[in-house]
Write a protein that binds this ligand. Sequence first.
Ligand code: NAD
Ligand code: ZN
Length: 378
Amino acid sequence: MPARIGIDDESLTPASGNPVPPGRFRSVAGMRVLVTGGAGFIGSQVVAALTAAGHEPVVFDALLPSVHPGRPVLPDAEFVCGDVRDAEAVAGALRGVGAVCHQAAMVGLGTDFGDAPGYVSCNDLGTAVLLAEMARAEVRRLVQAGSMVVYGEGRYTCAVHGVVRPGPRAVADLSAGRFEPRCPRCGAGLAPGLVSEDAPADPRNVYATTKLAQEHLAASWARATGGRAVSLRYHNVYGPGMPRDTPYAGVASFFRSALERGEAPRVFEDGGQRRDFVHVRDVARANAAALDSLGEGHTAYNVGSGEPHTVGEMATALAAAFGGPMPVVTGEYRLGDVRHITADSARLREELGWKPEVEFADGVAEFAFAPLRSPAGG
Ligand SMILES: NC(=O)c1ccc[n+]([C@@H]2O[C@H](COP(=O)([O-])OP(=O)(O)OC[C@H]3O[C@@H](n4cnc5c(N)ncnc54)[C@H](O)[C@@H]3O)[C@@H](O)[C@H]2O)c1
Ligand SMILES: [Zn+2]
């Protein structure tokens, strides 16, 4: 079926019902959308959100054995098993497609630097092959999963020196329980704030580097082809279907798995690390909203709830919802963890008319008993 593509026509109603500012692209309900990584935690919810918005999602997923050790639970949509690095498979899947929602990636931090070629291959070569095939097939619309990891650290203000950029925390400080980063100029304490999209990129590991490179590739593709692209920099995504406590999983999943074992969630540092926990259904709706309102070129948007919570608060809320045991604060730390990182998602709200709908308390209460995805070997 040929794609029914969007046009800049004010009389059309965008599929998601979001208001579309003038000059932005509107898509037409019923567009066929290729969702790479559509069998994953976030991708499967994107499929549901696109369907709810009146689109026709097609899942394209390699079903990586590390992610899907058993029989995967596939979303209710057409499914193509393929790897984004396989040009022929991508070309075939792009037939009749009006837009791509690119979620496929190798996620997490890996175990050591030996994983670097795997991450670069999957995430960056994969994105390059996908974009080259989109250029060939004249598919001009892309929404892709970015990440807040491109920022490295959160935003901090010194009372004397204004906005400053503290480097990674020293082992000596962490071991002594000094968790808060200090002003690099005067050593004073800092006030954490919200990171906006124009903060300088500072990817501090291979995964973060590949997520930033994906954005640069999308921007190059948009310039070269006249395509329209959005990268959605997700913050800490949680919700049903989240992977269990693999080395790659988020902190909420660790806490939930501990509770299921009857153990107290172990909160690292002093529990005061601030994060933006955003619900997976809100992230999925952000994808649908972005698709319905693509501007020219490439734009990056933070996707966060806008309501910072500490890791300790998440543990306490989850334990309370689960019925205990209550968390313990251990003072342990992981080198490379960021102290605070919280998003300013104003741009997404203002330009795309998106806003989060799942309240923290409700999302956590649901997450306490929601089905999780089993890890490899689990
Ligand atoms: N989970 C988070 O908190 C979070 C935060 C920021 C960004 N992201 C990004 O969101 C996206 C989705 O992440 P997720 O948490 O749902 O991960 P996930 O592992 O649950 O899903 C990824 C899916 O992509 C598939 N895949 C991986 N490589 C592929 C390839 N080369 N070809 C085809 N399919 C491939 C996997 O089989 C899997 O189904 C990723 O791009 C990730 O970088 C996630
Ligand atoms: Zn200072």
